[in-house]
Ligand binder design. Sequence first.
Ligand code: ADP
Ligand code: MG
Length: 154
Amino acid sequence: MGRGAGISKPFPKIQQIIETSSAEETLAFGRYLASSLKSGSLVALFGDLGAGKTTLIKGIVSEISKIHTEEICSPTFSYLNIYEEGQIPVYHFDLYRLNSVEEFLDLGFDEFLFGEGIACLEWSERIASILPSYTQNITLTYDGADKRRILYEF
Ligand code: ADP
Ligand code: MG
């Protein structure tokens, strides 16, 4: 066996669990996370409706673009919002209504996954098969009215 044997298998990601007790705390986690993201970073969010995916992305977008969180909303009908106000563009995807990976590729969206900016995706499971191994995964789970469990894998 050569020296490289075995390294083609994806390396297990580091896992971190965070618990938040309010939407404001989830926003703050998004802002904190933003400082570690760079050009080409890919953040894939998972979790049910109301789990807090949009809230967390608002934190990321507001930190990088300096846009007020109240002006940031989910692109549920258009799939993609682009924020170019900061030093790095942020691409916010909401793929809830996406039908297939083919649709995503036909729309040319892969350009944004592998582009200059930071890509943040809601309903990432829709395109799980094309997400690269360096994708940072965030899974949010409802844990009571204002509590959310956030599994961060990077
Ligand atoms: P999703 O995008 O996953 O559907 P949203 O972020 O749009 O979720 O909505 C989450 C809802 O839950 C918001 O109304 C928010 O105010 C509320 N909420 C309550 N507690 C939290 C928390 N700890 N983290 C995130 N959102 C929370
Ligand atoms: Mg949402």
